[in-house]
Unconditional design. Structure first.
Length: 171
DNA sequence: CGCAAGATTGGC
DNA sequence: CCAATCTTGCGT
């Protein structure tokens, strides 16, 4: 096991700490062909607990959100608009359903493009980042600067939650 | 059981 | 502006 792979202690923190900390980290994907590609994470968004109306866990514990109730360090993927797989990492301790959406990696901006590049599918749901042979996160670079802004596409959650500046990106 | 909307993207 | 494409949650 690689020494630089980020373990559960990295993800067992508040999602508002983990989301910005992921900027500059290295996302590693080992494809079925055996090819390994690495990408620097450039943009993330935090979704924080049942009270966050923009977070899927605001619907409570369902088959879809169940993985978010696990301890941090596992993968949460879901299909949106029938064609895009969104990549998320669960954070926080067990029972505090939060996750970080990976909105951008170097060369690929937008969560849909990220999922397409990484060739994600439902089989990644619940996979542990510390154990996975095909997707994990490693120590990366020190970002020169991180800026935050409002999350994208969550107006439906109402003003209180839509205006939270929980989107983080490399300056 | 039907249906509207979605943490999006790309084309017209 | 709007279609693609399908899962999910909610209303009936």
């Amino acid at each position: 096991m690689d020494k630089t792979r980020l373990g559960n202690s990295f993800f067992l923190r508040d999602v508002l700490d983990v989301a910005p900390a992921l900027i500059g980290k290295t996302l590693v994907r080992r494809f079925n062909t055996g090819e390994i590609r690495s990408y620097i994470i450039t943009e993330t968004e935090a979704y924080r607990g049942e009270e966050d109306k923009a977070c899927h866990a605001s619907k409570g514990l369902t088959p879809r959100t169940a993985v978010m109730y696990q301890p941090g360090g596992v993968i949460y993927v879901y299909l949106i608009y029938g064609m895009y797989w969104m990549l998320n990492f669960v954070t926080s301790e067990k029972g505090n359903p939060s996750a970080v959406l990976i909105r951008g990696i170097e060369g690929f901006n937008g969560p849909g493009r990220v999922g397409r590049e990484l060739q994600l599918d439902l089989s990644f749901y619940g996979e542990e980042l510390l154990q996975s042979e095909r997707l994990w996160v490693e120590k990366g670079i020190t970002p020169v600067g991180i800026v935050c802004s409002e999350r994208i596409g969550v107006d439906y959650a109402g003003k209180k939650w839509a205006e939270k500046k929980w989107r983080f990106l490399q300056k």
